[in-house]
Design a protein. Sequence first.
Length: 271
Amino acid sequence: MNLPLIMGVVNVTPDSFSDGGRWLEADAAVDHGLSLRDAGAALVDVGGESTRPGAARPTLEAELARVVPVVRGLAAAGLTVSVDTMRAAVAEAALAAGATLVNDVSGGLADPAMAEVVAAAGVEMIAMHWRGHSADMQSRAHYDDVVVDVCRELAARVDALTAAGIPPERILLDPGLGFAKTPEHNWALLRRLEEIAALGHRVVVGTSRKRFLGVVGRLPGHERAVQDRDVATAVTSAYAASAPVWAVRVHDVVATRDAFDVVAAMGGGFA
Ligand code: PMM
């Protein structure tokens, strides 16, 4: 059976909602990435912009200064590195520093130059479902059928990205859990990942430490704290393993690795 790859998260930001501030020093971030690799991450995702709901954007200079040294250090150590950015200039600098995959949570919408940079570099790109920047994205969480609507909007991104010169097999899709989504939207997308996969692209899913895993089963005011969401993350990762998912993006690689060991021993996912 094919279990999803584990993509370990290295956020180099002072304000990410889950691990912000902990890896701000480049050396500490590189060490963290190496420890994620040792724990079983097949690749690491380096990001310098927090997408926490309500977050303000860093300047281009700040994002470059955060991301590039960490990408360089991890790529030099032999890791497969993706860069989590919505800015073409950051993607270009990170690719020059050794990244081989661009993870754009806006699917190329935030920066019209992104598709060109990815096409020219001949690398792969994760296009996530996105409806607007973090400052006001939750006001856009309105869908008729969230899965149908997300699939349609992702297919439109594929059309635009291929028109800009990225071959379709280099485009990976992500439903963007938590981005202009309510908890109910996230659960529906997780339950119906096959419909995302049916678009014909490799699928990446990120549930890790997101708010819907804080509130599930809890009364208002009693939500799980961000650092207490890794068990719930591992369970959703294991659930995602029953769908044709290429990679799960997680902060705590150990817990998801354990979950995948169990899934493998059981001979499959929950299906
Ligand atoms: N989520 C976050 C950031 N980047 N990238 C992809 N492809 N998919 C996601 O779900 C995703 C992402 C937000 O989480 P973080 O701030 O904890 O990294």
